[in-house]
Design a protein around this ligand. Sequence first.
Ligand code: B1H
Length: 830
Amino acid sequence: KKHNRSIESYFESLGTGAGEVGLSKEDITKDFLHKLFYHLGRVPALTTSNDIYTAMALTIRDRALRKFVRSIEKFTQQDARGIAYFSAEYLPGPHLGNNLLNLEIVDETKAALTELGLDLDELLDEEEEPGLGNGGLGRLASCFMDSLATLGIPSIAYGIRYEFGIFKQEIREGWQMETTDKWLHNGNPWEVMRPEISYVVKFGGRTEHSTNGQNRYQVDWLPESEIKGTAYDTPILGYQSNGIIMRLWKAEAVESFDFSVYNMGDYYRAVEKKLRSENITKVLYPNDENLSGKELRLKQQYFFVSCSLQDMINLHTTQGRELKNFHEKFAIQLNDTHPSIAVAELMRLFVDEHEMEWDEAWDITRNTFAYTNHTLLPEALEKWAVSLLGRILPRHLEIIYEINSRFLEELRDKGFSGDQIARMSLIDENGEPSVRMAHLATVGSFKVNGVSELHSRLLKSQVLNDFAGLWPQKFTNVTNGVTHRRFLAMSNPGLANLISEKIGEGWLTDLTSFKELEKLAENEDFQKRWREVKLQNKQALTQFIKEQTGVTVDPEMLFDVQVKRIHEYKRQHLMVLHIIDLYLRIKDGKTENIAASTFIFAGKAAPGYFLAKLIIRLITAVAELVNEDEEVNRFIKVVFLPNFNVKQAQRIYPAADLSEQISMAGKEASGTGNMKFALNGALTIGTLDGANVEIREEVGEENFFLFGQTTEEIQQTRNEGYRPYQYYEENPKLKKVLDFLSSEELTKGDTELFKPLYHNLLQQDPYQLLKDFDSYCSKKEEVFKLWNDKKEWTKKSILNVARMGKFSSDRSIRDYCEKIWNVKPVKLKE
Ligand code: B1H
C-alpha cells in the first residue's frame, strides 16, 4: 500500500522543522489543551485528574513517536544489523517522567502546567506502571531498552502484553494478600495498537509427513486451534536522541471467527472459543525463580515468540532481502530460556514454511540467537515435559528431537562418554522425559552469557560445564547494569543537581565521569550538601511511609533497607534475626553500640511460596512488636512497605543509607538493586555474591561491608555435612534469637506461627543463615560504629557513587555490542 503524496511531503517537511511537534512551553500547552478537548472530549468542569494525566501523556507520546520515526529512517539508511530482544517480562516503570527527562523538557512541561494551575508531581503520581515482570530480570530488560535507545542501536523489544501484570500486594493482618493488577483500567495512552500488524499462531493437532512434487520431504502441521497475535507498540526513548519500540503481542481469536455463520449452539461455542483465545495473554505468572510447568505458560512463550519471528521474517523479506542473510541483519537476544522455543520455531519457519534445507536453516539459526542465562537455581531451570510439549507443539517436538539426534551424533563422533552424552542431551530421561530448555538455547546460540563475573564462572563450572568444555569460545560474561538516567537523574534530582553543579552534565551519557567526584570526597562543604540531599530524600520517604503504613519514622535514623523479591536464598530472614537480636539487647538494657536505625523491607512473595509469605508475616510481626514498644522504638523501627514496584523503588533508593545484599554466595546471579542503591549513595553490607563482588572491587574494599562465606566455603560446609542445629546449640545468642520465634511476645500467643521457619532453619537451613549469622552481626557492629562518624560515612558514600561508572546499563549494552552482537552504535544527531 502506498500512501498519497501529501502525506509524504508532510513527513519530508518534518525534517525541515515545519509542522514539528515543538518542545517549547507554548507548544506543550497548546497540544495538551488540544488533547484534552479533542482527544478526550472533556469539558473543564468534568475533567478528572486521570484526564489531565492522559492528555499530557498523549502530548508527550506524540513527541516520543516522532523520535522513533526519525530513528527508524536513520537505521534504515545505515542498513545495520538490528537487535531483537526477546523477553517474557518487562518492567518499564512510569513513562511520563522518564520521557520528559529524555526529551529534556521537564522544566518546559512544569511551567506549562503551572500556568494552567496544575502540578507536574501530581500528574506523575497519577501514572499506573506496566507491571509486566516479576523482578530483576524484567527490570533489566527495560534498563537495556533505555540504553539501546540512548546508544543508537537499531533494536526492537518483543514481549507479551499481559492484561494483568504482577499482582498488587496488600498487607492484611500482617499477611500478604494478592489482588489483580488492573494497569489498563484507565486506558494506556503510551501504546499504539497496530491492527494491521498481526500473525496467526497454531497450537496442538498433528503433523503429516510427505514427499512433494519436487521430491522434497515436506512436513505439514495440522493444528487443532489457531490464535491471532496483534502488535501494541510503545515508544521507548533514549536520552537526547533515538527512540525504539517495545512491541507487545496481545492474543485474540482469528479472523475466520465470524459470528454470523453460526446457529445458536455454535454461536455460544464460538464465543467461548474467542474468550479462550484471549486467555493466552491475560496474566503474568508471578512465580519468579520457581517454575509452574503450566500449559498456559508454554502457550504464552510460544505465542509471543512465533509472532515476533514471523514479524521479523516479514520485515526482512518485505525489504527485498533473502532469508539466507537473516542472521546478518538480525541478532536475537534470548532473555533467559523463557523465549527459547524460538530456536525450534525459527527452524520450523525456515524448513517447513520457507522450504529451506535443514543444514542451511540450522546454520542461520545458530548464527542468529544468543542466550543470556540469569539463574543457576535448579528450581528455576526450565524443563517441559515431552508429553506436554508434544501435545501443544507437535512439530516443535519433532524438530527438537532432530536437533538433538544430530547433536548427540556429533558428541559420539568426538568420543564423548555415554554419561556425558546423557547429561548433555536436550532430553532429560531421568523420571518423566522432559526437554531441557537451557540446553536447547545453548546448542541453538552463537553466544551464551552470564550476568556477572562470578555467575558466568559458575555457569561454566556447574550448570553448563559440559558445554563450556565443548565450546569454550561460546561462553562469555556481560555484567548487568542499570540506567542511571531513571535511577539517579530522574528519581534523585537533589543528588543529580548537586553532582551536575560540580562536574557538569556529561555524566548523563557517560557515568564513568563520576570519577571526578573522588576529589570532593573529603571536602567538608560538599559533604555537608551531600548529607542535606540525603536527609531531604529521607524526609520524603518518611512521609511516604507514614501514608502507606501509618508508621512514623525518624529521618535522622540510619535507613537500613532490603527491597527485592522475597526468597529464602536472598535471606530477608537473616536481617530479621539480627533485628530480633537488637530487640533482645535493648530489652536487656544493653543499648550501647546500637545506632538508631529504621529497617525497611519491601518485596512480593510468589502467591504459592509458603515460606516466603511466612517471612513477610515474620517481618510484620517484628515490626508490630518493635514499633509499639516505647522502650525499643527510640532505638529501632521496622517497616514493611506494601506493593514494591518500580515507582516505589524510585522513592526508596535515594533515601537509603545502607543497602542489604545478603544472599547466600553463589545464588544471586547478579542483583541490580545493589547497583541502584550504591548509585544513590548507600553503603552496602553484602556477601561475595553476584555483582556484589564487582561492586566491591570498584568502590574499594574499605568502602564495603563484607561478611559471610564465599561460594567455595559454602560448598565445603555442605560437603562436610552441615548441621545447623550445632550452631543453635553452641551459640547462646543465636539460640535466644531462634527461640524467640516461638515466644508469646512475638506471636501474641500463636506460638506455632513461625514453627515452619524455625524447623527449616534448625533442620536443613539450605541457605546457611545460621552459619553466616555471627559474621553478619559483627559486620553490623562496624556499620553502627561508622554511622556515628558522619564525615567518614559521607566520604565513603561519595566514593561509592564516584566509582559506580561500570554499572551503567550503557556499559552493559556496549559489552553486548562488542562481545556478542558485533554491531556499532548509530547515534542520531539532530
Ligand atoms: C532472575 C529470574 C527468573 N534470574 C524465572 N532468573 C522467572 C526466572 O517467571 N519466571 O519463570 C522469572 C525470573 N530472574 C534474576 O535476573 C536474578 O535472580 C538476578 O540476580 C539478576 O540480577 C536478574 C537480572 O539478570
